[in-house]
Write a protein that binds this ligand. Structure first.
Ligand code: ATP
Ligand code: FE2
Length: 337
């Protein structure tokens, strides 16, 4: 047995250390997220945050589970995609620990890790994945040894769109959960809502999506006097139904009967509800992992690291450089799906 697997996540705003025990059970991670006072995330400032907090976070996670450095048998880290400076901090920590402990090092694909923690948590077999996070919005399905991207955003990720829209209203990062709250509060007072006067462009482009126009149009509604809660509601309805539409088409084309949600935006209750409604109509099922495993977390990196190690992969120091633009379909899926 290879001992415990340590997973290090540092693709963007969050530094997170997670553990998978020797039997393969994932344990909740210790994480810390940069929250800029104003503006978006500056990659170098986020990297500095990760560097400063790393030591205490690592100590926390080891103490939490009473794991000693000598119990660690595999060190996994996010190799990409993500922000270069942030990725490099995680990779440097991983190399350091692996060299100090003389344990195998495994660089994993962050997007594939979102998929595998979801499959493990929800007991899904061969789902279509709707991966909705800050930087990524993709519909993915397994075919011929890869997770293939069947549709994706052509401009910004859905979470970035929500965060940017929120920021224009003075709402700090992450804006997605606040938009959800404002929308549901507005809905409580408007139980029979209508899209009259709240229409936005529909983000679907064939099997792809585009969100920047939706965001601009939502701002215009506010300029024309629509209440913020109403616009948040309409923004969610439009953006989420566009995602659900291409996910449904992917299920129809592939004949798969499970839908799996992943990524930070998958925390959203309205999106979860829309996916359930869509899959019920198709005699299919919709699955969403616990919220702590939807957002970026080190545990999913540890889980995929362990799976890859068990299937014979290790990352040499020469191969351990980060790849900001690593694609979901670049990683061979050598394990059973
Ligand atoms: P990736 O590197 O996979 O793109 P990420 O860096 O964006 O991930 P995640 O933690 O997966 O990080 O997702 C963060 C995003 O999720 C933010 O844009 C945030 O606003 C959004 N989010 C979190 N909770 C909710 C929610 N309840 N409703 C809508 N969006 C949410
Ligand atoms: Fe992520």
């Amino acid at each position: 047995m290879a001992g415990w697997t340590l997973g290090i996540e540092s693709t963007a705003h969050t530094l997170s250390f997670g553990l998978v025990d020797p039997l393969g059970n994932p344990h909740p991670a210790c994480s810390d997220t940069v929250r800029p006072d104003e503006g978006g995330i500056h990659p170098r400032e986020a990297a500095d945050h990760h560097k400063d907090i790393a030591n205490s976070l690592l100590t926390n996670v080891l103490e939490k589970y009473d794991v000693h450095p000598g119990d660690i048998g595999i060190v996994a880290y996010s190799q990409g995609p993500g922000l270069g400076p942030c990725l490099r901090v995680g990779a440097a920590i991983a190399r350091g620990i692996s060299s100090r402990l003389n344990t195998p090092l495994i660089g994993v694909n962050h997007c594939v890790a979102h998929i595998e923690i979801g499959r493990q948590q929800c007991g899904c077999d061969d789902p279509v994945l709707l991966y909705v996070s800050g930087g990524n919005t993709q519909v993915i399905a397994h075919l011929d040894g890869r997770y293939r991207v069947l549709g994706e955003t052509l401009d910004i990720g859905i979470g970035n769109m929500l965060d940017k829209f929120a920021r224009t209203q003075g709402i700090p990062f992450p804006g997605g959960p606040v938009i959800e709250k404002l929308a549901s509060e507005w809905l409580e007072n408007n139980p029979n809502p209508s899209l009259d006067g709240l229409e936005l462009p529909f983000a679907v482009r064939g099997m792809d999506l585009a969100f920047s126009g939706v965001m601009t149009a939502a701002q215009r509604l506010l300029d024309n006097g629509a209440p913020l809660g109403a616009v948040c509601w309409s923004l969610q309805e439009h953006a989420f139904s566009a995602c659900v539409e291409i996910a449904e088409r992917a299920m129809s084309h592939t004949g798969k009967t499970e839908l799996l949600l992943g990524g930070g935006v998958a925390c959203n209750s309205r999106l979860r509800q829309m996916c359930e409604l869509m899959t019920e109509e198709r005699d299919s099922t919709s699955h969403a992992p616990p919220r702590m495993y939807c957002i970026d977390n080190g545990t999913m990196i540890a889980l995929l690291g362990k799976i890859e190690y068990q299937n014979g992969r290790v990352t040499s120091y020469e191969q351990s450089a980060v790849d900001q633009y690593l694609r979901t379909d670049q990683t061979p899926v050598t394990w059973a799906v």
